[in-house]
Design a protein around this ligand. Structure first.
Ligand code: S3P
Ligand code: PEP
Length: 425
């Protein structure tokens, strides 16, 4: 657990951790390409390592040096054992489709107790429409998932877009292997769309062409992934905790490796905090925060940026007036139900917070008191609640800090290097 105490000043220059979403896609795409790809500055987080190990089980040859991962793809095999994706939804979703490329037999994908509750049925139903047999071993739409080796047959896939964009990313990465062009038709409005933009961005680097259409996406048939030399950019979702801490506390923080023209949806954190009144500066590859700022509450549509909900909820507690976070039904399907968790835990600190089906309403109280907080083994809750603890009066206990290994393994060291009063017990 962490003991987090009120901190009066934060200062320093740090590098944003590498993007989790780009690292996953680079690793899996490289495993689909004949030849060796070099992935520079990858994220050494447990989720991304789950993708590496999963791809290895499916036949990729992997050599991991500190700053470069070498991945030789194009050689699929039937896994020797079940694939354990740990806590990583991205790995489970993308590798489910990709596993159908094994030459014979079955691949079995499973993970921790959280992953075994996350929705999979829309993807399984979609795969069936193109003759790929993938099913839940419990027949209830959750992992373990069993995927049979198979050839794509069919060229139209209808799928809902409001549960997880990862289903669509998964299809976009498999369908280039279809011999004909394929159409993905969305049967509901799409949520988390920027993650699909990230997929399309990196697919383009692998030489794979996809078009957006009025109804969804068009994936050209008979394409081949070619190997890439690729540098992973910094992660805006992970950086949102550093930004939030700098905003709430007297600070001078420079965060490098964050690009203004990034495709990551969570770069929206910049505009959100500006709307709340934080006059942070954005350079071409760096964000400068000179807190503290007086914040005002705002309304935030979380549809495309679900991972920012805990960060915004914490900021809203310290703002003047009301913040409403809406359009976030899908935030309940993450590592844990993050709407309920933020409601339950921030209330323990004295927040004036209401839970709605699709989000939260927070009336800023400007002061929170330290408390003992459950993080439900969810990395984003550990990081967001740590930020709340740094601003709250007195001392907070944050349980389950090991979860940060999933997406930001050196979160605690980075925060301590900036002067955060955090002790690991
Ligand atoms: O594709 C991705 O890299 C991700 C997509 C998002 O999930 P949903 O599409 O399920 O909202 C996001 O929450 C997750 O952290 C990463
Ligand atoms: C939901 C997340 O990731 P995943 O879906 O890959 O588990 C996350 O990182 O917040």
């Amino acid at each position: 657990m962490l003991i987090v105490k009120k901190t009066e000043h934060l200062e320093g220059k740090v590098n944003a951790p590498p993007s989790k979403s780009y690292t996953h896609r680079a690793v899996i795409g490289a495993s689909l390409a004949e030849g060796v790809s070099k992935i520079k500055y990858p994220l050494w987080g447990e989720d991304c390592l789950a993708s590496v190990r999963g791809c290895e089980s499916l036949g990729a040859k992997v050599k991991l040096d500190k700053d470069v991962w070498f991945i030789e793809g194009g050689n699929f095999k039937t896994p020797d054992d079940v694939i354990n994706v740990g806590n990583s939804g991205t790995t489970l979703r993308i590798l489910t489709s990709i596993s159908s490329l094994i030459p014979k037999g079955y691949a079995i994908l499973t993970g921790d107790s959280s992953i075994r509750k996350r929705p999979m049925q829309p993807l399984l139903d979609a795969l069936k429409q193109i003759n790929i047999n993938a099913f839940s071993s419990k027949l209830n739409g959750t992992a373990p998932i069993i995927v049979e080796s198979g050839k794509i047959n069919g060229n139209v896939v209808k799928i809902r877009g409001d549960i997880s964009s990862q289903f669509i990313t998964s299809l976009l990465m498999l369908l280039p292997f279809n011999k004909e062009d394929s159409e993905i038709i969305l049967t509901t409005p799409l949520k988390s769309k920027p993650y699909i933009d990230v997929t399309i961005d990196i697919l383009d680097k692998f030489g794979i062409k996809v078009d957006e259409t009025e109804k969804g996406f068009l994936v050209y048939g008979n394409q081949r992934y070619r190997p890439i030399d690729y540098i992973i950019e910094g992660d805006y979702s992970s950086s949102s905790y550093i930004i939030a801490a700098g905003i709430l506390i007297n600070s001078h923080i420079e965060i490098y490796n964050l690009f203004k023209d990034s495709k990551q949806g969570d770069k929206a954190i910049i505009e959100i905090v500006k709307d709340m009144g934080a006059d942070i500066k954005v350079k071409k590859d760096c964000v400068i925060v000179e807190g503290e700022y007086n914040l005002r509450g705002i309304d935030v549509d979380i549809k495309d940026i679900p991972d920012l909900l805990p960060t915004i909820a914490v900021l809203a507690c310290f703002a003047e007036g009301k913040t409403e976070i809406y359009n976030g039904e899908h935030v309940r399907y993450k590592e844990t139900d993050r709407i309920k968790a933020c409601y339950t835990e921030l209330k323990k600190m004295g927040a004036n917070i209401k839970e709605k089906e699709d989000g939260l309403i927070i009336e800023g109280v400007k002061k929170l008191k330290g408390a003992r907080l459950n993080t439900y083994n969810d990395h984003r809750l550990v990081m967001a609640f740590t930020v709340a603890g740094l601003k709250a009066e007195g001392e907070s206990i944050i349980e389950g800090e090991e979860a940060v290994k999933v997406s930001f393994p050196n979160f605690i060291e980075v925060m301590k290097s900036l002067g955060a009063n955090i002790e690991v017990c």
